[in-house]
Structures are given as structure tokens and as C-alpha cells.
Design a protein. Structure first.
Length: 75
């Protein structure tokens, strides 16, 4: 769930509502994009996503893995 860095173990009702709102908005935008592309006879549509690359729990795990003697092939 998003916003896990707030020290909570579960999303709040407000966070869940925000996720539902954002998900609905992006689905509508994708549908509109494809409809526009079809009307214009576009040959392609590009969809891009963004991930939270700085999840503190993942960074901590990576630091533990990269300790000397724990070579698992990470750059």
C-alpha cells in the first residue's frame, strides 16, 4: 500500500479512498487515450508507469544484501 512510510501497518480509510479515486482517474484517462488514438487512426499508444523507487524497507534490505560476503550479483 502507498504511504507505508507513515509508521502505520494498514492504509487509513482516507488513503484507500485516494487510491480508489486515482485508480478510477487513470483508467478513465487510458480509455480516453485509446479512443482519441482510434479517432485519429494513430498507429500506436505508449503507456508509461512510475514506481516508488525509494521504498525505505527495500533500500534497507538492499544494504543488508550488499554487505561484504553477501555477493548475490547486485550492481
Amino acid at each position: 500500500m502507498p504511504w507505508t512510510g507513515l509508521g502505520k501497518t494498514a492504509a487509513t480509510p482516507e488513503q484507500l479512498a485516494e487510491v480508489a479515486y486515482r485508480t478510477g482517474a487513470v483508467v478513465a484517462q487510458v480509455r480516453e487515450t485509446f479512443a482519441d488514438a482510434e479517432r485519429r487512426n494513430d498507429r500506436a499508444v505508449v503507456l508509461m508507469t512510475q514506481a516508488d523507487m525509494f521504498d525505505p524497507s527495500l533500500l534497507a534490505a538492499r544494504r543488508r544484501i550488499r554487505q561484504p560476503g553477501n555477493d548475490v550479483g547486485l550492481p
